[in-house]
Design a protein around this ligand. Structure first.
Ligand code: KG4
Ligand code: ZN
Length: 350
């Protein structure tokens, strides 16, 4: 079965073809037009998707060595994300499915991230046998959930304010770094000292104010943002330039240490021996290393997507459609855009 996946929820235009469950192509175009604005401008994002969607889809189909008439199913992101951006991909995908007279599968973007460690490109993981704890960290979401074999989910923690990716991007902006700042901080931090300055870690065992951190799997990053801002205001520009790698490493560690601590305590609390990380921030090298070290210490299996599948891509959209179809999900012919969709249709309340 050949599945064409389409992803346009934010600032990546992407199309991918999955042939019998395996990735045959995954074309991603990242929009550069937002960097001057320090964040994604929704209207510009929609226009860029519209400009590129046909050529990106053509490239994905050509690279996969099939023709359009050999596509059996089309899947596209239906939410959550920017409404105008999603509508471009969703309308295009449904229109193409209608013209080819083939089924259409709407996909939840966050759920697709959760399954990204299991994208089959010949090098990837098989799914764990039982439940796993998923940390999903992107520009818009920070979620800890328990994912069951039957694809039902229990959200056990989420951010109370900023997402982890936002914490990287906004503190990076304070340092004068371009958007998105996450990968730039990651690179700078390679040469920096994470212990250079201790920024606060909210709702953790190290937090002075929180007495009930145990079994509290929620996150908060807005205090870190304020702390970085007020600390930077007390430093001279020369000091900041001189110590940029150390400051980047200190900010990065303040975010990463919280993500690791909460994920591991969630796995411990639920006696679950499998953990996965996904979403744009899962590309972070310090997070990958720290999570691996902690999982090894605890005897927990860790599932991580290849770095090209951490950030937004259509291979994960086609993969989730494939998983759902293989488990009996029905296809649809018409589906409305769902910009504020909760991350999983099958989510259970904790
Ligand atoms: O999943 P994604 O591509 O888009 C959303 O659905 O939001 O995630 C984008 C986020 C941005 O905040 C970006 O700064 C962050 O992922 N990111 C990183 C790294 N690569 C991307 N953050 C830290 N380290 C990285 N290497
Ligand atoms: Zn995403």
């Amino acid at each position: 079965m050949n599945i064409l996946g389409i992803e346009t929820s934010c600032d990546e235009t992407s199309a991918a073809v999955l042939c019998d469950g395996r990735v045959c192509s995954n074309v991603v175009s990242s929009q550069l037009c937002h960097s001057a604005f320090g964040g994604v401008v929704p209207e510009l994002a929609s226009r860029e998707h519209e400009r590129l969607i046909v050529s990106i889809t053509d490239s994905a189909v050509t690279e996969s060595n099939i023709t359009k008439n050999e596509i059996d199913v089309i899947a596209a992101t239906a939410g959550p994300g920017l409404i105008g951006a999603i509508m471009v991909g969703l309308c295009f995908a449904q229109g193409l499915a209608y013209a080819l007279d083939i089924p259409f599968v709407p996909v939840n973007h966050i759920e697709a991230h959760i399954f990204s460690p299991f994208i089959n490109d010949g090098t990837s993981h098989l799914e764990p046998d039982g439940a796993f704890v998923s940390l999903t960290v992107s520009g818009g979401h920070t979620l800890l959930s328990v994912v069951e074999q039957d694809l039902s989910y229990e959200v056990i923690g989420r951010t109370l304010d900023d997402a982890a990716g936002e914490a990287f991007d906004k503190t990076g902006k304070m340092l004068g770094l371009p958007y998105p700042a996450g990968p730039v901080i990651d690179k700078l931090a390679e040469k920096g000292d994470p212990a250079f300055h201790k920024f606060p870690r909210a709702l953790t065992s190290q937090s002075q104010t929180s007495k009930s951190y145990l079994n509290n799997f929620d996150f908060s990053f807005s205090g870190l943002k304020t702390s970085v801002l007020t600390w930077l205001q007390k430093q001279t520009p020369e000091f900041i330039v001189l110590h940029l790698p150390d400051i980047a490493a200190s900010i990065q560690w303040a975010i990463v240490s919280v993500l690791v601590e909460k994920t591991i305590s969630a796995a411990r609390a639920r006696s679950i021996k499998a953990v996965s990380i996904a979403g744009g921030v899962s590309a972070n090298s310090a997070l990958r290393k720290a999570m691996k070290d902690s999982c090894d210490k605890e005897g927990i299996a860790l599932y991580i997507p290849g770095t090209i599948y951490s950030t937004d891509n259509a291979a994960m959209i086609a993969t989730l459609a494939n998983v759902k179809l293989s488990r009996g999900m029905k296809t649809e012919h018409c589906y409305n855009v769902a910009p504020y969709a909760s991350f999983a249709a099958g989510a259970r309340k904790a």
